[in-house]
Design a protein around this ligand. Structure first.
Ligand code: HEM
Length: 252
């Protein structure tokens, strides 16, 4: 424990913690984006995928336990990342005595941008979990069913059929991806992997991953808003039931 404390007490120790927790979140975000693309296979494909995540390790751990372990690791990574970034920025401010010098420091601008985008990403994650995991915030278009646990596809469909919800998600995905891009670049510097002859390649790869994430994440809200992918079956039934009710009224 003492060794760990001494390691964390140094600036480089903190930077390594930021980088490792960043890698964990990076992995989650890539996996989450790929999982979301199951929506293009239809409601059953996405809902079955969500259920499959809850069934990992079921035989040994029970239903949903593995997912909870993954959630705990993710929450610990987010907390570790955010608190260590705050501690590091305090150390940086203390080592730059005057405001003028701080303003002149080019890296301060990047750090400021990371702080602003990071805060917005954190706020997004809180709203996002309250919406799609907990069902506490449930904006949904008229004629769609509200939030129902396990009905991932129709929950998304209802929300993204409101234009400003879809727009909010696309805008937040731009924020997430810019944060991820800058984060990947500074992580390479932390690990000393940057070098003049490699920097163009590293920056290019970080940009390619960030752009792919943006396209992959934004595709679902856009496809649902524009009806480019199929309506959830439950909503088709709901709408045909509504239509029959109207017909009955007309006949009467
Ligand atoms: C358009 C983009 C996104 C869509 C459509 C989306 C969709 C979803 C859905 C439907 C769930 C609930 C899944 C379930 O109950 O099985 C969820 C959970 C979650 N999402 Fe997203 N997501 C998006 C982007 C993101 C991003 C960029 C992040 C992180 C920066 C993120 C972080 C999370 C987290 C932490 C959870 C909770 C996981 C859990 O409790 O199991 N999401 N997302």
């Amino acid at each position: 424990m003492n060794r760990l404390q001494t390691f964390y007490g140094t600036s480089i120790g903190k930077k390594i913690v930021v980088a490792i927790t960043g890698v964990i979140m990076y992995g989650f975000v890539i996996g989450h984006m790929l999982g979301n693309l199951k929506a293009f296979g239809g409601a059953t494909a996405l809902d079955q995928y969500a259920e499959m995540l809850r069934e990992i390790g079921k035989a040994f751990l029970g239903h949903g336990t593995f997912l909870w372990i993954a959630r705990i690791v993710l929450i610990a990574a987010v907390i570790g990342h955010v608190t260590t970034v705050i501690l590091l920025s305090r150390i940086n401010s203390a080592s730059q005595p005057t405001r003028t010098i701080r303003r002149r420091n080019a890296s301060t601008l990047a750090a400021k941008w990371m702080a602003i985008s990071g805060t917005l990403v954190l706020l997004f994650i809180i709203i996002h979990i309250a919406q799609f995991t907990l069902g506490w915030i449930t904006p949904h278009a008229s004629g769609t069913t509200g939030f129902e646990t396990g009905m991932v596809y129709s929950n998304l469909w209802g929300a993204f059929n409101i234009w400003y919800v879809a727009l909010f998600y696309v805008a937040m995905m731009a924020m997430v991806c810019l944060h991820v891009y800058h984060g990947a670049w500074s992580m390479m510097q932390t690990f000393g992997l940057d070098a003049p002859d490699r920097n163009a390649l590293i920056r290019g790869s970080a940009a390619a991953i960030a752009i792919s994430l943006f396209i992959g994440f934004s595709a679902v809200p856009i496809a649902m808003l524009t009806n480019a992918i199929s309506k959830p079956p439950a909503m088709d039934e709901l709408q045909s039931a509504d239509a029959s009710a109207i017909q009955i009224e007309v006949i009467r």
